[in-house]
Design a protein around this ligand. Structure first.
Ligand SMILES: CN1c2c(nc(N)[nH]c2=O)NC[C@@H]1CNc1ccc(C(=O)N[C@@H](CCC(=O)N[C@@H](CCC(=O)N[C@@H](CCC(=O)O)C(=O)O)C(=O)O)C(=O)O)cc1
Ligand SMILES: N[C@@H](CCS)C(=O)O
Ligand SMILES: [Zn+2]
Length: 759
């Protein structure tokens, strides 16, 4: 019999119950018991949903992030958070710098946050030093295991593996973090022994780094780890996901574990090799349902492909989604307003579990046992393949006419900058922001009322215009040079555009965790993309009508739209990106026609979209940069194109960043003390740069001297004439009470820098 399981399930709840409980606790409006109670209900519901599978996963629930959970579990929360406060409060301090406002505390620096592989999920980076010691703190983890068992759950606990845990962290003292492994392994061994005492048979141990290019020392670390952990009295299922194993294939097969999970969506071509290298006594868990996308699986096709593998492996075959379902929305059944035709093509986390059981039943008992389900699936798959709504002749024809010319500006930057300087006459160290201002409760409630029909468009528009007025007035008072309209009308920088483009649909409850309590609702691209009408022009024109200072038009670029949407799987990502590029190009040109001469095209996700293996980077960068250029470069020389990226480790891709040829790039650099600019310097990056001068994730107000010192460091690397002054990223998650003084400080710092420059 095939065994079914899942690597993890979304932990936010069907209607983001966890978010509301977390935020109420942090505001000091609820007790920890309320938060724990909601969390327990979510875990119970999740196990209930998994009842149809052979195992239910335990340990995938998290109050903030599963990497931080591992830090807690192995006694490695940052030292600065260690206090007499209860464990959960120390945990929140590590995550966000502070816990519930109702708790007396000293705020601390939050741990750094970064992207989880190539997803839009962020984890909290473990901190290491040569003297880091580990200690098992398993109470919470074991309590979940016992809670599950009390509910009759056939628990398969999940752990982030020790080698990936260390690999994902950062050494704070330049010591070699992999050297810490011998100190960490006894903690894992002790935990596995305790799990065995709880009656656990199988433990899922995630080593996602096996899909990356690993140096020898990391390969040896994996060998060392599993030789040690193999002695534990439980069976280990080693799990890999998000990619193929390539040069790590033999290693993954041969590590001494009882089973191996591979992502067969991303490693389809490796299945035969894995089967032939896998020792006869090992289980193979095949990740056959896409955990990163929302399309129904072609179950008939899958059953046909799996049948010979099942014949060969028999009971050794396990089936699961490709990765944790953390990256997809919870339940399609919550969507009552979704376009019925497209809804029939979709599958969210709950539905993916159903798909899994249908496949397993078809293989275990024969197709007749699920004939109706397979027939219904075949109908949906065929309907999608033949739908007239997927392909559009006008879009296809336009794609045929694309030439390389449209990706080029008329003049090189060196010429454009003279014309732009004459037009805008900006001072040295011009100041600006990245686009968004606080998304207040007032704004979100107005949008909710508009969505429910309680406000008509003119009333909603009036409210948003009032917000724009406020944003412009605040910026004028502060004395910024290039203003923004503040993005009040946008629920999200991607979803907002998805809602206005044809070829997209959007859900009502399709939330996916991005970090902590923050979620995104990625819009879904189902067909060819077209822009029926201008999307932003009226808002920007309105903002410009309120001031004599230039207002930047603000758009999300094609690569970011692609990377933060659920995309179609019936054509290459590059083809979808090109369609997006053309649609957004039209918006750029409409803005220009409307007299908007500074246009920012955010490509926040360009870097994170890099494939996990370097060998595949160049191909991605080639088409991604070309798409950006197609979007941006159809404008006059005098029109100034900005782009923005939140993560600025550009060491390996600086040529591509330069090839984008944006007149100005604003980036996140404050936390790196401007060292990230070294690469721009070494490359002699020719265009203008706005290195972020303060971290927008923190409520702290920066000091003038701090900003000046950062900009002085920047000026050692980039000629001052090409420097802008701006925050690291947008300000939507902050409050006005924090934003205003922070920007005042920034403008004051810029003024002093100008004076120093003259002197
Ligand atoms: C810049 N980042 C972004 C990423 N990805 C994106 N798609 N967008 C981004 O901006 N990735 C990297 C970074 C960091 N990530 C994030 C992700 C999410 C947020 C964030 O603030 N999310 C909000 C939800 C935003 C949203 O869609 N709001 C809607 C709906 C608001 C809502 O919940 N309404 C309530 C009622 C109103 C109320 O009472 O407040 C409801 O519908 O029930 C909107 O504004 O209309 C979040 O809260 O999680 C930030 C950075
Ligand atoms: N313009 C966007 C970019 C975020 S990456 C904002 O300011 O929120
Ligand atoms: Zn950003």
């Amino acid at each position: 019999m095939i065994t079914t399981h899942t690597l993890g399930f979304p932990r936010i709840g069907k209607k983001r119950e966890l978010k509301f409980a977390q935020e109420a606790y942090w505001r000091g409006e609820s007790m920890v018991a309320d938060l724990e109670s909601i969390a327990a209900t979510i875990r119970q519901q999740n196990w209930q949903s998994q009842k149809k599978l052979d195992f239910q996963t335990v340990g995938d629930f998290s109050f903030y992030d599963h990497v931080l959970d591992t830090s807690l579990l192995v006694g490695n929360l940052p030292k600065r958070t260690q206090s007499d406060l209860p464990e959960l409060d120390q945990y929140f301090q590590a995550a966000r710098g502070q816990t519930s406002k109702a708790v007396e505390q000293t705020p601390v620096a939050a741990a750094e946050m970064t992207k989880w592989f190539d997803t839009n999920y962020h984890y909290l980076v473990p901190e290491f030093a040569a003297d880091t010691d580990f200690e098992l703190h398993a109470n919470r983890y074991l309590s979940y295991v016992r809670e599950a068992k009390q509910q009759g759950v056939n628990a398969k606990p999940v752990l982030l593996g020790p080698v990936s845990y260390i690999w994902l962290g950062k050494s704070k003292d330049d010591s070699n973090k992999v050297d810490l492994l011998p100190k960490l392994l006894p903690v894992y061994s002790a935990l596995l022994a305790q799990l065995a005492e709880e009656g656990i048979e199988w433990v899922q141990i995630d080593e996602p780094i096996l899909v990356t290019e690993l140096e020898d020392d990391w390969q040896q670390a994996l060998n060392q780890a599993y030789l040690a952990l193999n002695k534990a009295p439980v069976k280990l299922l080693l799990t890999t996901y998000f990619g193929s194993l390539k040069t790590n294939l033999r290693l993954a097969c041969e590590l001494p574990t009882a089973g191996l999970h591979i992502d067969t969506l991303n490693a389809a071509e490796e299945v035969v090799d894995v089967i032939s290298h896998l020792p006869e006594n090992k289980v193979l868990s095949m990740g056959v349902i896409n955990g990163r996308n929302v399309w129904k699986t072609d179950l008939n096709d899958l059953v046909a492909g799996l049948a010979p593998i099942h014949n060969r492996l028999g009971d050794r075959l396990w089936l699961a989604p490709s990765c944790s379902l953390l990256h997809v929305p919870v339940d399609l059944n919550s969507e009552t307003d979704l376009d019925a035709e497209v809804k029939d093509w979709l599958s969210f986390a709950e539905q993916k579990l159903e798909e899994l059981t249908i496949v397993a039943t078809a293989l275990n008992e024969g197709r007749d046992a699920v004939a109706a389900e397979l027939a219904a699936n075949a109908k949906s798959i065929a309907a999608r393949q033949t739908s007239s709504r997927v392909h559009r002749n006008d879009v296809q024809q336009r794609l045929q006419s694309v030439t390389d010319d449209i990706a080029n500006r008329q003049q090189p930057y060196a010429e454009r900058t003279k014309l732009q300087q004459a037009k805008f006459n900006l001072p040295m160290y011009p100041t600006t922001t990245i686009g968004s201002f606080p998304q207040t409760t007032e704004i979100r409630q107005a949008r909710q009322m508009f969505r429910k029909g309680e406000l008509d468009f003119p009333a909603y528009q009036g409210k948003m215009q009032a917000q724009i007025q406020r944003a412009i007035a605040e910026q004028e008072q502060v004395g910024l040079d290039v203003l923004v309209h503040g993005e009040a009308e946008r629920n999200d920088m991607v979803e907002y555009f998805g809602e206005q483009l044809e070829g997209y649909i959007f859900s009502r409850f399709g939330w996916v965790q991005s970090y902590g309590s923050r979620c995104v609702k990625p819009p879904i691209i189902f067909g060819d993309i077209a822009r029926p009408k201008a999307m932003t022009v009226d808002w920007i024109k309105y903002a410009q009508s309120l001031t004599d200072k230039p207002v930047k038009g603000m758009l999300t670029g094609p690569v970011t739209m692609l990377n933060w949407s659920f995309v179609r799987d019936d054509q290459p990502r590059s083809a979808t990106c090109l369609q997006l590029a053309l649609a957004i190009r039209d918006e750029v040109q409409d803005l220009e026609k409307a007299g908007v001469n500074i246009i920012q095209i955010d490509e926040a996700a360009l870097r994170e979209g890099l494939p996990l293996r370097r060998a595949e980077w160049q191909d991605y960068l080639n088409w991604a940069v070309r798409c950006f250029r197609i979007t941006a470069n159809g404008v006059e020389n005098e029109t100034q194109i900005h782009t923005h990226m939140c993560y600025s480790e550009f060491n390996d891709i600086i040529e591509s960043i330069a090839a984008m040829d944006a007149d100005v790039i604003t980036i996140e650099t404050s936390r790196s003390d401007m060292e990230l600019l070294d690469v721009f310097n070494a490359f002699s990056y020719p265009n203008e740069i706005g290195p972020g001068v303060y971290d927008i994730h923190s409520p702290n107000i920066p000091k003038v001297e701090y900003i000046k010192s950062l900009m002085e460091k920047a000026a050692q690397r980039i000629p001052a004439e090409r420097l802008w002054v701006n925050p690291d990223c947008g300000l939507k998650t902050r409050q006005w009470a924090e934003v205003k003084p922070a920007l005042q400080t920034m403008v004051e710092a810029a003024k002093q820098l100008r004076q120093q420059h003259v002197a």
